[in-house]
Design a protein around this ligand. Structure first.
Ligand code: 13P
Ligand code: SF4
Length: 331
């Protein structure tokens, strides 16, 4: 294996096969550089749906590959590593049912619950949400989706990311609470959040923000909405990965900025005046699992007629998960 020039071989395989390589911004540089399409989770889902190639090799985490399979079931989707986002792992079907039961026990009728799942969740959760008439959202469209959901007059059950739920609630001026936290009373809140979180975005702290502001007066602080509300409240800008890229591109060259999101994306952003908002390297372990060798092996498996790590989702799950995803895409 050692004497293979992976880059060259991957370029050859891409030119000979009917395949698109889709890569999330958080992937390692060696993989990112070989992407046909790049983006945040929403952009990648849309672009893969519109793409005409038979095969998608998706470099990201499991729920992203599943989402492509759900909205474009005719495609063959392979993942070089079927790595599971740690936040997505925090909720399963029984925790979801327990959360619905919690709201019912607190006096909310089942029919009055509108579940919304962040795209960072397993396909089974999306299907559960779809069955209940709910929707998916991503970090870039969460405010629009939640606004739409609130206009139905229902209570929102937001899973699995409590930070995104609370951040959007604050931005919209509505009330939220987190299941399991003292005083969480669904009758008094508009958005009832499940208690999940991203272990990577929890690394950014108020002390980090204070440190950078002391060290570089005038520095901008830009963070992802998976950060704790104590951070987003004091940041200058909060946005999804694509929104962060746009914001930073729009800054004057001399403007310093400290960014609170995954390391691989931040270090590629700008050669100068850009800092990681943490004293710890905030790498997403599951995003980092995919290597150039994995990408090569996956493409080669198509050429050899023995595809590896293919994503399969049963028809019923596709049906309901698709309803939840399409309600989002329609907005
Ligand atoms: P985006 O939706 O911004 O791509 O975020 C996905 C993610 O996993 C962030 O941690
Ligand atoms: Fe999941 Fe967090 Fe990694 Fe994003 S950064 S894929 S939310 S663990």
């Amino acid at each position: 294996m050692d004497d293979i020039d992976y880059r060259k071989e991957i370029e050859r395989l891409k030119s000979e096969l009917d395949v698109t390589v889709a890569v999330h911004y958080y992937q390692r540089d060696e993989v990112f550089e070989l992407a046909d399409i790049k983006g945040d989770s929403l952009e990648l889902a849309r672009k893969c749906q519109q793409d005409e190639k038979e095969w998608v090799v998706f470099c990201g985490v499991g729920f992203m590959g599943q989402s492509v399979k759900v909205i474009a079931p005719h495609k063959r989707v392979l993942m070089p590593k079927v790595a599971c986002c740690s936040m997505a792992r925090m909720i399963d079907s029984s925790y979801f049912d327990d959360s619905v039961d919690f709201m019912v026990r607190h006096g909310i009728d089942r029919e009055d619950i509108m579940p919304i799942t962040y795209i960072n969740s397993d396909v089974d959760i999306k299907a559960k949400v779809g069955r209940m008439g709910g929707m998916v959202c991503t970090s870039s469209n969460a405010p629009v989706i939640i606004e739409k959901a609130l206009s139905s007059g229902k209570k929102i059950l937001f899973v699995p990311d409590r930070c995104l739920g609370q951040n959007v609630a604050r931005q919209m001026g509505v009330k939220s609470c987190v299941i399991g936290e003292e005083g969480c009373e669904p009758k008094d809140a508009d958005i009832i959040c499940f208690d999940g979180f991203c272990s990577v975005h929890q690394l950014f702290t108020v002390s980090d923000v204070e440190f950078y502001r002391r060290r570089y007066p005038g520095i901008k602080i830009a963070v992802h909405p998976e950060c704790d509300p104590s951070i987003t409240e004091i940041a200058d800008f909060t946005g999804s990965t694509s929104q962060l890229i746009e914001y930073i591109k729009g800054l004057d060259e001399e403007q310093k900025v400290a960014v609170g999101t995954e390391y691989n994306m931040v270090h590629r952003l700008r050669p100068k005046n850009t800092y990681i908002l943490s004293s710890t390297k905030p790498e997403c372990p599951t995003m980092n699992e995919t290597t150039i060798e994995d990408l090569y092996r996956t493409l080669k498996s198509i050429e050899d007629g023995e595809p590896i790590n293919e994503i399969f989702v049963d028809e019923e799950t596709v049906h309901y998960a698709r309803e939840a995803l399409e309600r989002m895409l329609a907005i």
